[in-house]
Write a protein that binds this ligand. Sequence first.
Ligand code: PA5
Length: 462
Amino acid sequence: MKKGLFRLGLGGTVSSDGTRPLIGLDEITALQDRLVLADRRLRKGAEEAQAGHGWMCLPYREIDKVRTIAETIRESDAIVQIGIGGSALGNLMLNNAFLHPYHNELSRKERKGPRFYIADNPDPTSLLGIWDCIDPERTSFIVASKSGSTAETLAIFLWFMESLSERVGEDRALKRFVFITDPEKGLLRELATKRGIASLEVPPSVGGRFSVFSPVGLLSALALGLPVNEMLEGARMLDRQLAQKSSVRGNAAWMLAALHFLHFLKGRAMAVTMPYCDGLERFAEWHAQLWGESLGKAGKGSTPVRALGAIDQHSQVQLYVEGPDDKLFTLIDVKEKGPGFEIPGSGIEELTTSGYLAGHTFSEMLSFEAQSTAAALMKAKRPVIWLELPCLDGKRLGALVFLYEMVTALTGLLFEVDPFDQPGVEQGKRYTYGLMGKAGFEKDAEEATSGFGKVFSESLSS
Ligand code: PA5
């Protein structure tokens, strides 16, 4: 059994005397009291089920009903999850970490569970693409929407529902759906109650982007055979560890929040997350939503940037090393990245100079590349956080997810913004309702039309 959840190297972010461009340890220690209060506030909020705080309780919740429904839909040939933002990105992250990279292309025998599709963007080409790939009568449809009123999700649901009803009739079609939504509010809840559609609840105190350990992320994870117990255990382990660490120099979440906050104040307006492991590519995407939507308020919040090593060494690293010093980097390495096969040597004379590659595993090669990028960034005096996992298993991913949820919430409190609301998103949602003609949003339609009209106050054509 491998030890430890992860290891953090922070030397690339601090300097002993705090000389620019890095951060002094004294500056970090000075945030201790604020972090104590922020942590206390989050834990109290969770205990009292205050709005947005419920995610901290998710790893401790009972999930028997989710398991029962998962057992049923597991028998399907495919699952289509309809949902957007926090109702899609967590699922993609978990599948990316644990499913075969070409899961949908494997035969039923080779796969652990059904094929899986996310229908998040209301782009007709993608929706029809999914429809073309599934046998609708052997497919289960999950509709995930915390609010039960998101226009994209409702539109996609209506389309799949109608397409399916045309084949099998409305009653049989409705039986193929499971709704995951608020226990009381919203259109989906109303429909589920009136028409007896199978449904699960998103606790009212859990926001969309923090919902991956609610049925939103867990139903498909269980149906696909992902290591759900281990993930929840990893999250709980980390929660307990963090709760016992009361100094910023010992508490990983406090330290990471402090670093992101302080580097932002030093002008580093971007936070780059760059895993060197394909299974964490979607983690960076999930994290980007979590970070962006939670922190981007009142002119504050660093912009999350997703990158993937080694691919972005051949795309972005030039900019990272020699471009503006406006980024804080988190490089994530996984020591054992799956199959340990080696790069072979070759007897071909013309290939002699490639001999240095031979005998190294591919996993080792990616780790060396991650180390090289860290070293190059640090040589250029760019701040680097090094996060290292012994392997990518359920426990480590669970801990990583919980860690970054905690870091995000704490950073929000350091910025003095509410990490759990999203007024900027709501504005766009209201404009869309107005433009699509929803009753009660006429004023929004007017505002959106006049606002968009200004885009053409200067124009050219070709
Ligand atoms: O984090 C959030 O609240 C949002 O990103 C939501 O997940 C997204 O807008 C979808 O909302 P809903 O789940 O209510 O359909």
